[in-house]
Design a protein around this ligand. Sequence first.
Ligand code: AMP
Ligand code: ZN
Length: 432
Amino acid sequence: MFWEKQIETMPVKELRRLQIRRLKKTLRQAAKSPAYSKIFKEHRVSPEKIKTLGDIRSLPFTTKEDLRENFPYGYITIPLEKIVRLHSSSGTTGRATAVFHSTKDIEGWANLVARSMYMAGVRKGDVFQNMVGYGLFTGGLGFQYGAELLGALTIPSGSGNSKRQIGLMKDFGTTVIHIIPSYALLLWKVFEEIGLDPKKDTKLRIALVGAEPHSEATRQRIEEMYGVDAFNSYGLSEMNGPGVAFECPEKSGMHFWEDDFFVEVIDPKTQKVLPDGEEGELVFTTLNREAMPLIRYRSKDLATIFPEPCRCGRTHRRISRIKGRSDDMFILKGVNIFPLQIDTTLMNIPEVGTNYVVILERVNFEDRMIVRVEVRPEIFKGDLWQLENLQRKIADALRSELLVTPKVELVEPDTLPKSEGKAMRVIDRREM
Ligand code: AMP
Ligand code: ZN
């Protein structure tokens, strides 16, 4: 059941004591970096003054902009010769940031990934195919090291090359995959094209899906398409990468590993800390990192903490599905819209295919949203009235969810741009 029972089920009081001990150590370590030693001086922070977890609120936040300002080495606390790995964020918003790890950091990270995979049911004897990019992206090497530590046979297949991925799955009897959800939908179509059914023609039993926002409806589709249990995996390169928060078999929220991360939720506007149960921006403090500790790092990811105990017995709290980044939200005709709402609506409509894109335009000073949707092949071959009905059905569903009326365009399967990494679902052409 557990990878590390003692830590995973540690009584909450004990867990908090462990956190405060590690927080103090982290602050002393952070003070060794040029960036934090300066910040601590400016804000008159002395690690010695921090006595309780609540005291962390007296410390300033660390933002992506801070990381960029102190690029590349400003946050490291140990000599360069003790650093063994660099990773970097995908840089979808602005310049990428660099994160450094010592050998001990890499070991700690691998352990968190192994713990997460074990929690989802992965075991020695499983054949694990890691279908994401290796390189600066943390999903490749992060899962590689975690799966090896766990003892699974790992296939480092990397991203893309769908037919080869399917070949590997068949040849080696892959039982577990790690895959980006939008790519899982696309890959299923390739199975269909070559006349295979992943439910019958593979041994898949578990899919670990993450790295981008996706809805419960998308998860269900993946589970049905592949005949697997799909588990949500959340992480960000600034907090190592994968292994920050992960679903347990209860699949109701992701446990975040409180022995290694102190998590707060803040109101992104006022920066006030919110109580558990309220939605806001996740703020992370590393509790067990050596080369590059980060304090109160603002992730921009929006979620809610579920404080209730979980039936699985783990005491580490859970977060909801990530609603998106605060800068993913767009405003159309005065209405706030999150791409996740569109994902939920579309993926709940069975005739909708495996890919879609949202385009925002300004025509004659008026904003409009076009939702271009691939439909299932049999629908496209059907009658025109059937297509018109579907178009109306999608537009109605979106209107009732979003409160604005989009223009829905139905397109043939395989016509929209495909992505092997994180999908770009929204194209905003309004500023141009
Ligand atoms: P990167 O550091 O480039 O790997 O990107 C990390 C970001 O990807 C996070 O801050 C989230 O915005 C997003 N992300 C990662 N995992 C998930 C997930 N399971 N659900 C939603 N968003 C995710
Ligand atoms: Zn649980």
